[in-house]
Design a protein around this ligand. Sequence first.
Ligand code: SF4
Length: 227
Amino acid sequence: MPSFASDFDEIARALEASYGGPTPGVDAPSGSFRDLLRVFLVEQRGGQGGRVIEGLDRAGWSADPGALSGADAREVADALRVGGGAKVPEGLVAGVKRLAAWVVGRGGMEGVLAGATEALREELRAIRGVGAATADRLLRDALDRPAFPVGRADYRIMIRHGWIDPPADYDEARSVIEDAAPGGAEALRRLGSWFDRLARPCRVSAPQCDRCPLQPFLPEGGPLDPH
Ligand code: SF4
């Protein structure tokens, strides 16, 4: 059975033909502390995360990790409330403050940007509230590192095509994707935006393969069972 790596160029061509080139909003990050916070907030709060960051901008915290890490949690919670909306979960406030403290511990964003990707991944995963996929999203989308955050839908696609075996853990799946995609963080962001779109036809219950650009890459006999 062809591997993800051996078919990668054709897969990328098929996805580009269906979904187009780079998606707005997945541009190269600036490597700022604000980018790090924004990506974390979007990961935690979905589309609202992009607005939530504005509260931290107004307080001056999105540019000052030292001030944010030492700020009163209630004041940070107030800043994170969008338009005076629902109460902000304590875990989100704590996560934002821990991320800021990590940056401070590294000597600021210069120290973060100077770190090796594997070391940064390990340190990010060690922050309470930052899981493996969140760490990789921070690496790729905020720090411009060649990382791929593997979501459940990505994992399902990889298994259905036989590109990974069901017992594969998170890091195995991540490596298969990262190793196949040349072009570093930018190529992986692009691939990520395509995979996000594949989640629509590749439903949990019944994949709609006849409407999907990856149909030509299915194993003989159709998609494999991800369970
Ligand atoms: S819908 Fe079918 S062809 Fe498309 S990614 Fe899922 S399993 Fe593959």
